[in-house]
Design a protein. Structure first.
Length: 496
């Protein structure tokens, strides 16, 4: 079944038909975390958003190379190339090696992503592992006349670039006035203009993370890594670049400028951005100090949380809003998501309790026949996951009617209903039945039930009620339980 996927391209401010450059191959790059602290809800949203896109593109038959980076050097505290490297600052505070900090929080990020059922990317490059590629990028930009060296640092010349091309095409900012006004400002320092950004920073004597370069011992600017690594693994042109909306300016704007300045043409066809998670209307982020880590959500250990919320409740909460809309945190919203997830999982589990009949009633047949394409239409409309969830809820209502014998369904339609609901809930939305995942609790519950049944069988044996005794044994066998009578009593095991 061929599907026409529309996605919102930030570059054009419009929904456009997704047409890969080299179909069926798709190249996708998404900005990953700067690893100097525990992942929080703001990190979960882009990870889940682009996990959905990754899953859906693969489902549609595309061969997707998904690159998501780890920023472990160069991300300074302020966008104006000022302050400490965030990782090095954390290392000094905790008296650890910077790479020790980066590795620790990378591991923590991976653990959180696994809990959220986010698929790992095809490639996860680290900025520190691609210093040579970043230096090469800087050399190309200098050679093409769009960068200058100043006291061992290298800066991108926005004014020169803006004359030949256009800086601001992604964020739709007009920087002409900013460039002119910056000349009147004091404190420009090494830069020609206030808006110029660093491609390479000379390391101060106390700076631990440093590499040799033609300009100085130093480190690459934050914006360089994604351009260099995107080009290395996806080529000079690739399909999708994603990230949070807060990265549109300056990070992604600078990436576009770097690509054009180094190779003469843009690198990315479609720019996609998820909106923010907010708390009381303010963006959630480490720099603002108003974030709740994912581990705190999972344990409930935070003053703003009234209870713990499972990873799948968090995933469902994020998917319940469109990725381009804001999501404001509240306990009530998370409780509602928890209940919605439980309703969906109950509906999926109840599918196995339905007994089909010879034919469907008209309403059931209509729901089943339309469900698959309704869910596809929602996904094709810029990944409208809330609408997919609403269609699955409609299907759950049908399941309840079938269980209450207020509707009928044939075997073929029941098979279709099971396939579609499980496809979109599990494979595409990436949800998981956490209760079913808890094997220890399931085994304990199984054991108690089987022991209770076998105690009834033992009473039947004591009363020499051999018919009931054999019926219980055979029923357990049909359910997958092997029962053996020994001189020490009855023993059982589950054959699965």
């Amino acid at each position: 079944m061929e599907q026409n996927l529309l996605i919102y391209n930030t570059l054009t401010r419009s929904k456009v038909l997704f047409e890969p450059i080299h179909a069926p191959n798709v190249g996708m790059y998404v900005c990953g975390p700067t690893v100097y602290g525990d992942p929080h809800l703001g990190h979960a949203r882009p990870a889940i958003t682009f996990d959905i896109l990754f899953r859906y593109l693969k489902h549609l038959g595309y061969k997707v190379r998904y690159v998501r980076n780890i920023t472990d050097v160069g991300h300074l505290e302020h966008d104006a190339d000022e302050g400490d490297d965030k990782i090095e600052k954390k290392a000094r505070l905790e008296q650890l090696e910077p790479m020790e900090i980066a590795q620790y929080y990378t591991n923590r990020y991976h653990d959180a992503m696994k809990a959220l059922n986010v698929l790992p990317p095809s490639i996860e490059p680290h900025a520190t592992g691609h210093i040579i590629e970043q230096e090469q990028l800087v050399k190309e930009i200098i050679d093409n006349g769009y960068a200058y060296e100043s006291n061992g640092s290298v800066y991108f010349d926005i004014e020169k670039y803006n004359k030949d091309h256009k800086y601001g095409i992604l964020s739709h900012r007009n920087l002409d006035d900013v460039i002119n006004n910056s000349r009147e400002l004091d404190g420009v320092g090494e830069k020609h203009n206030q808006v110029d950004f660093a491609l390479w920073k000379k390391a101060q004597p106390e700076h631990i993370m440093r590499w040799p370069s033609p300009w100085s011992d130093g480190f690459p600017g934050w914006h360089c890594e994604c351009t260099a690594m995107g080009r290395k693994y996806l080529g000079k042109q690739f399909d999708i670049h994603g990230g949070g909306m807060d990265l549109i300016f300056p990070h992604h704007e600078c990436e576009i400028a770097q690509a054009v300045a180094s190779q003469g043409e843009p690198m990315v066809k479609y720019w996609m951005h998820n909106n923010m998670i907010t708390i009381n209307g303010q963006k959630m982020g480490k720099s603002l100090g108003n974030f709740i880590t994912l581990e705190q959500f999972f344990t409930g250990n935070h003053e703003l949380l009234k209870q713990a919320f499972s990873p799948m409740a968090i995933r469902f909460f994020i998917l319940s809003a469109h990725y381009r809309g804001t999501v404001d945190f509240s306990n009530d919203a998370l409780v509602a998501s928890e209940k919605g997830l439980e309703r969906l999982m109950n509906g999926l589990n109840d599918l196995d309790r339905i007994t089909p009949t010879d034919k469907c009633d008209d309403e059931t047949m209509k729901v089943v026949k339309e469900l698959r394409q309704k869910c596809y239409d929602a996904m094709n409309d810029d990944l409208a996951t809330p609408l997919v969830i609403s269609h699955l809820f409609e299907a759950c209502s049908t399941v309840n009617k079938l269980l209450d014998h207020k509707a009928t369904i044939c075997q073929d339609c029941l098979d279709e209903l099971k396939q579609v609901m499980r496809l979109f809930a599990f494979d595409i939305l990436g949800l998981r039945d956490e209760k079913a995942d808890n094997n220890e609790d399931r085994e304990e519950a199984y054991g108690k039930v089987v022991d209770m049944v076998l105690s009834l069988r033992a009473k039947a044996r004591a009363n020499k009620d051999w018919v009931t005794c054999d019926q219980i044994r055979d029923a357990l066998k049909d359910a997958g339980f092997e029962v053996k009578d020994t001189k020490d009593g009855c023993v059982w095991k589950l054959n699965v």
